[in-house]
Design a protein around this ligand. Structure first.
Ligand code: 13P
Length: 254
């Protein structure tokens, strides 16, 4: 369960959100990994809030694929590693901003793994690709580049988020995929992983769904076979909705 706060919260609001989540989850049984991803400036304070927390981990929203260098405005894995155990990689919004290629996504995932940070790699098709029925070919191409750059131990730590771009709430299309369609893509992701690394690795890989995840639809997604979790954006910035999503995921797992 990964909450991507994007650029939605002020510094103060992010810290308050983290404190409130901590408080509200204190009485909730949580067996899933729960992660919040604030913007960079809030990372140290949010990490401090969840220090020693058994329930909530902290993630960055992006790091550059190079470890260091003359890249104005970029943030290195070395600069977040003291605060984050997780990191979103290749979110469609970052891909668009930076012209991130599949190779950049792969390199970022690899770099994070060498620093002991779990990459949450976002893949998924655009609206036009969906219209052209290119979901399978797009996801296959993205996974093949990613898998070619990783090792078996890396796969067991990896999280792949299937996030169809057209389903993201900010796209305002008001559409989401059927849970069964998400399960089909999750199966495709695992099959591709199995072809390269074998069935065990494919089973260990975690596949989650992102795109307009809300308290009232999350259970349907995570109840599908092979769908291990969710990546809410907008809903994760509202404490009560995020906590409700965590509860729903927990209930679905029982
Ligand atoms: P929404 O949940 O707001 O659609 O955002 C999804 C997302 O982009 C998470 O990474």
């Amino acid at each position: 369960m990964v909450g991507n706060w994007k650029m939605e919260l002020s510094h103060k609001a992010a810290v308050e959100c983290a404190r409130a989540i901590k408080k509200m989850l204190s009485s909730v049984e949580v067996s899933a990994d729960v992660v919040v991803c604030p913007s960079y400036p809030a990372l140290p304070e949010v990490a401090e809030i969840f220090k020693n927390s058994e329930k909530v981990g902290v993630g960055a929203q992006h790091v550059h694929w190079e470890e260091t260098g003359a890249v104005t405005g970029a943030v290195s894995v070395l600069q977040v590693s003291a605060f984050a155990q997780w990191c979103i990689v290749g979110h469609s919004e970052q891909r668009e901003l930076l012209g991130m290629s599949e190779e950049h996504v792969r390199d970022t995932a690899r770099l994070l793994l060498t620093h002991g940070i779990t990459p949450i790699v976002c893949i998924g098709e655009t609206f036009t690709e969906r219209q052209r029925e290119e979901t399978v070919s797009r996801v296959t191409q993205q996974m093949e580049v990613l898998l070619a750059g990783l090792t078996r131990p890396g796969i067991s730590k990896l999280v792949v988020a299937y996030e169809p771009i057209w389903a993201i709430s900010s796209q305002n299309m008001g559409e989401t995929p059927e849970p069964a369609a998400v399960a089909e893509v999750a199966l495709l992701i695992r099959k591709l992983t199995a072809t390269k690394f074998g069935g065990d690795a494919a089973e260990r890989l975690r596949v989650i769904y992102g795109g307009s995840v809300k308290p009232d639809n999350v259970a349907a997604y995570v109840s599908e076979p092979g769908v291990d979790g969710a990546l809410p954006g907008n809903a994760s910035t509202m404490v009560s909705q995020f906590v409700e999503i965590v509860k729903q995921v927990q209930k679905a797992a029982e």
